[in-house]
Design a protein around this ligand. Structure first.
Ligand code: ADE
Length: 245
């Protein structure tokens, strides 16, 4: 039986670097103006890619991973802004589902509903998400970084949220509609929608780089270079190792 190809999608080059260094039999292929890296991690066939930033870019990368590289499951690592109380910088969120906080086709469709899908949320694969939760806990504790790990809803939109009042309003409006998110970022819901279209299992993990408040733009780059890359490598290495067993 041909082994399943796992796509590992990173939001940032810093997060991909460590994985690329460990990639066995690496082969670079250019497609859709993007670089894709084929190879093996712990003997498992993988394809590594950068999502790029924003929902459309992430959807193009995801579609290419599935259509051109035959990805049969997809795992995403990135950073996010924490917007629920208690979701702090350095915590980690494993997604249960995604909502688009900037989707608004009202009054034609209810606020947040994706037109013609009849739903506001796309759920992640439960089995893969459990494995990602376990790999996150184990990977970070091996690193000596026992971070708080949350599991819940993430909101995506084409906006870097960098004002406390905006973050409060965004969370209040989503909560009112029954979609209280733990964190915000800019790609996850698009990847989830494409994976739904192709019936490809998907799981995602985001390290909290900022609180989506007035210092978010300062906290974000500092966190990415100093912490996120090490977290991403530890988590994905453990995740792939566990799937290979
Ligand atoms: N990714 C990391 N921090 C973010 C923020 N504050 N808003 C949107 N995406 C993010």
């Amino acid at each position: 039986m041909t082994p399943v190809t796992t796509a590992v999608l990173s939001a940032l080059a810093e997060e991909q670097r460590g994985l690329l260094e460990r990639l066995q039999r690496p082969q670079r292929v250019n497609r859709a103006g993007r670089e894709f890296w084929l190879g093996e991690l712990h003997g498992t066939p993988v394809v590594l890619a950068l999502s790029r930033i924003g929902k459309v870019a992430a959807a193009t990368t995801t579609t290419t991973l599935i259509e051109a590289f035959g990805a049969q499951r997809l795992v995403f690592t990135g950073v996010a802004g924490g917007i629920a109380p208690g979701v702090q910088v350095g915590d980690v969120v494993v997604a249960q589902a995604f909502v688009q906080h900037d989707m608004d086709a009202s009054p034609l469709f209810p606020r947040y509903q994706i037109p013609l899908y009849g739903r506001e949320r796309f759920a992640c694969d439960a089995v893969m998400s459990e494995a990602l939760l376990a790999a996150t806990r184990a990977g970070l504790s091996h690193l000596g970084l026992p971070a708080t790990v949350h599991h819940g809803l993430i909101a995506s939109g084409d906006r870097f949220v960098s004002a406390a009042e905006e973050a409060r309003q965004l969370r209040a409006a989503l909560s009112e509609a029954g979609h209280a998110p733990l964190a915000v970022e800019m790609e996850g819901a698009a990847v989830a929608q494409v994976c739904h279209d192709y019936a490809i299992p998907y799981a995602a993990v985001r390290t909290i780089s900022d609180r989506a408040d007035d210092t978010a733009h300062v906290d974000f780059p500092k966190f990415v270079t100093e912490v996120a890359s090490r977290y991403a490598l530890a988590i994905i290495d453990e995740f792939v190792r566990r799937m290979t067993k």
